[in-house]
Design a binder for this molecule. Structure first.
Ligand code: ADP
Length: 503
């Protein structure tokens, strides 16, 4: 219920540059835009040009405290509202987000460098879908009756946890935020989000849009850096649940801090997802599937990206050559241009990190780096963080490129000869987020699906997160699930037992 004047337009706009300026220098707390208590800001950069397009409020402990206190006040009333009504409001948010899909697509393309047509607009659509899905689940917050004794009524009820602190990364910030905010709200919690320093704008606009229907204080967002803003959010005494998506390293810091307060934590961390291609697969479908699985349209900046592809030897050469041709056909360019397939890397630091992996791969004896696609020629993009995708062959299991998460447009393709060997190779990883198998032999496929160490295994497809399907990893890929009814019940409520002695 946004009532204070603010510079952002009411109607959807695709002038993302003007919108970015209007969103500058503020957090969204208690139903309104407010600058950081210190007045400090930091720049938001368009990675396709290097130009500063906005500033973001430099959130610190004082801002976190203001947001959490507002969220805690709002939570008392929010939790009293009938669950279906909360769901209806979240559903109404989804309708507004749908109207703003194109706008949000443009804005996220501007700040992250992800191509509008292949990635950014799609992400905005999925976000609306996630809110719509969870908006319908209010009536599923059910408890049980427990057969304790004939004269004692014994029931369980699902109660919200309180204020949820959510910390999100920059790669798919709107979607990853939706996976936390939607179930948290429907379950009766209120939320304070700490956005990623590289991508604070589109998530802020989503917060504003949703505050058109949510009571003030239910959904707040602060921009800022990890140690100054994320850490105080995790440690705030009134935050009763922490949900985090990001790196394994930071995830461990967050989990440790939350454990000091004994609050539950959900962690969605990295991945090194294997894609296993058998010679009997539907070849054309698999080539097309691999192209999307590698997430090169997102510059490989995805934890579910098929970053190690194992191909049965008889079709290995043909597969590699088809993949090279397919990636060569992708257009790298201005993320806001509808013709663009591949945009930019998010930041200079990430750019250098990915380049380091590529150089290491090139220097490995026996390895071949197949550089694909062409750099954009537009002089306006000469400072952009564009990086040609690379397909490596000739690397083995000991390579850092096979073992570590690169989070860039780099895939390693390796041949295999037998299902047991490829299963062992696929499971030989600290990660366990997602995996895909491509075969027409469903007996082999299902057998391997059961034995792959991953939270999500898909046969003959490799879709991104879908509403209603639990998503989350094992091993170092994380703790807990998102995106489903079970995830909402398990991670955003607790079960209270109530007993009535009627004797
Ligand atoms: P990435 O490499 O994707 O930036 P991080 O795990 O560093 O991964 O960042 C994910 C999110 O975690 C970001 O919003 C970041 O600001 C936040 N973050 C970083 N350090 C901390 C910390 N010590 N405590 C809480 N949040 C943090």
């Amino acid at each position: 219920m946004l009532d204070t004047p603010h510079p952002t337009p009411h109607a959807p706009t695709t002038d993302c540059f003007a919108l970015a300026r209007a969103l500058s220098g503020v957090n969204f707390i208690g139903g309104r835009y407010v600058p950081a208590a210190s007045g400090k800001t930091f720049p938001v950069v368009n990675p396709a040009t290097g130009a500063e397009v906005a500033t973001a409020a430099y959130g610190e402990a004082a801002d976190v405290d203001a947001a959490v206190q507002d969220a805690a006040r709002a939570q008392k009333e929010w939790a009293k509202m009938p669950a279906r009504k909360r769901g209806a409001l979240v559903h109404a948010c989804a309708a507004i987000l749908k109207e703003h899909q194109d706008e949000l697509g443009h804005l996220i393309a501007l700040e992250t460098g992800k191509a509008l047509r292949t990635e950014s607009r799609v992400e905005a659509g999925v976000v609306a879908d996630i809110f719509e899905f969870f908006g319908g689940l209010g009536s599923e917050l059910k408890g049980e009756s427990v057969p304790f004794a004939p004269n004692v009524l014994s029931v369980t009820v699902r109660e919200p946890l309180g204020v949820v602190g959510a910390i999100i990364p920059w790669n798919v910030p709107m979607l990853l935020m939706a996976l936390k905010v939607a179930p948290a709200l429907v379950a009766g919690n209120t939320v304070v989000v700490k956005s990623a320093e590289e991508a604070p704008l589109a998530v802020m606009r989503i917060c504003e849009l949703m505050n058109r229907v949510l009571p003030p204080g239910c959904f707040n967002i602060i921009s800022g850096f990890g140690p100054e803003c994320g850490a105080p959010l995790v440690m705030h005494p009134k935050v009763r649940k922490v949900t985090f998506t990001g790196s394994v390293e930071t995830g461990k810091i967050v989990a440790k801090a939350a454990s000091e307060k004994l609050v539950p934590v959900t962690l969605e961390l990295g991945g090194k997802s294997p894609m296993i291609v058998f010679a009997d697969c539907d070849f054309e479908k698999t080539v097309a599937g691999a192209l999307t699985s590698m997430r090169f349209t997102r510059q490989g900046q995805s934890c579910t990206a098929a970053s190690r592809i194992y191909v049965e030897r008889p079709i290995f050469d043909e597969f590699v050559s088809r993949m090279k041709a397919a990636v060569n056909g992708m257009v790298m360019g201005d993320p806001l241009d509808e013709k663009t397939d591949i945009g930019t890397i998010i930041s200079q630091g990430q750019f250098e990190k990915v380049q380091g992996f590529i150089e290491e791969g090139r220097a490995t004896p026996g390895a071949t780096a197949h550089e694909c696609s062409a750099m954009p020629s537009d002089p306006a993009l000469k400072k952009g963080l564009f990086l040609r995708p690379v397909i490596f062959t000739g690397l083995d299991a000991s390579s850092r490129l096979v073992r570590e998460e690169i989070f860039g447009p780099v895939t390693v393709i390796q041949p295999f000869d037998d299902p047991e060997a490829v299963l062992a190779a696929a499971n030989d990883s600290e990660y366990g987020l997602a995996a895909s198998l491509w075969t027409n032999n469903l007996k082999v496929g299902l057998d391997l699906a059961h034995r792959l160490e991953a939270g999500l295994v898909q046969i003959n497809q490799n879709l991104v997160v879908q509403a209603n399907l639990s998503y989350g990893g094992v091993k170092s890929s994380g703790l807990g699930k998102e995106a489903s009814l079970e995830a909402m019940l398990e991670h955003f409520t607790h079960k209270k037992t109530i007993m009535v002695n009627m004797a």
